[in-house]
Design a protein around this ligand. Structure first.
Ligand SMILES: Cc1cc2nc3c(=O)[nH]c(=O)nc-3n(C[C@H](O)[C@H](O)[C@H](O)COP(=O)(O)OP(=O)(O)OC[C@H]3O[C@@H](n4cnc5c(N)ncnc54)[C@H](O)[C@@H]3O)c2cc1C
Length: 198
């Protein structure tokens, strides 16, 4: 069994390597292509389309054991092309979305795009803090800056986050909020912003 076959054996989602794509007649370049089609990611070593948080944990642990980096993506709007030798971990299957109109909070899976969240919120007369594109991922947008149409009034999208469910680099699963892990909570919301301000 190859290393990636052993990963495939323990994840619910799909693991694809360039060799798998070739043997099944699929186009590896198309499979790894992000939203920004000028960026090539066909130098990745595998694509893991995760189906659960347990899949993310298994992938992160596998990558750590093998010394492979992991690039997490939903839409590929923020793709940088630094994919050489990495595992592309794609979150599109994590599409859970619940809106509580009473607390006016949304619980958003890592695969949810802004257009879907906005449509669901609108059914309750609510809105999130989206940016210019409905095709951007809610999580990537929020941890990557989150400059919304409504930022003048409500600030950056990170300011609206109440908690994260996170898989850390050791493959652990943590709930991160102002009570549990306050420093990591701060970092997830603001590291990008403080870094880009310098
Ligand atoms: C056309 C266009 C319009 C945009 N408009 C705006 C705007 O109005 N306001 C604004 O602030 N930004 C805007 N952006 C920038 C955009 O918000 C960022 O590129 C954002 O990171 C995209 O997130 P994504 O998940 O869709 O993209 P992806 O390329 O899939 O992800 C980008 C990065 O986000 C991180 N990420 C994504 N999902 C996860 C996850 N589940 N866990 C951990 N990390 C994750 C990873 O570091 C990943 O490399 C725009 C970009 C484009 C191309």
């Amino acid at each position: 069994m190859t290393p990636f076959e052993s990963l495939a054996a323990v994840v619910e989602g799909r693991v694809t390597t360039p060799g798998d794509a070739a043997s099944t007649g699929r186009d590896w370049s198309a499979l790894t292509r992000p939203w920004n089609v000028q960026i090539r990611q066909d130098d990745a070593v595998a694509v893991v389309d995760v189906a659960s948080i347990a899949d993310i944990q298994a992938t992160v642990k596998f990558a750590a054991a093998k010394g492979i980096t992991v690039t997490t993506q939903r839409s590929g709007h923020g793709a940088t092309g630094k994919s050489a030798g990495t595992i592309l971990l794609r979150t599109h299957n994590l599409d859970s979305l619940q809106i509580d109109p009473v607390t006016r909070r949304a619980h958003v899976g890592a695969g949810v795009l802004w257009g879907r969240l906005q449509a669901a919120a609108a059914e309750h007369g609510l809105s999130g803090t989206p940016g210019s594109s409905p095709g951007v991922g809610v999580v990537g947008f929020t941890v990557g800056g989150g400059l919304s149409w409504f930022s003048r009034k409500f600030g950056l999208a990170g300011a609206a986050v109440r908690s994260f469910e996170v898989v850390t680099a050791d493959g652990g699963r943590r709930r991160v909020d102002s009570e549990n892990e306050p420093e990591l909570f701060w970092a997830l919301r603001w590291t990008f912003c403080t870094r880009t301000r310098r």
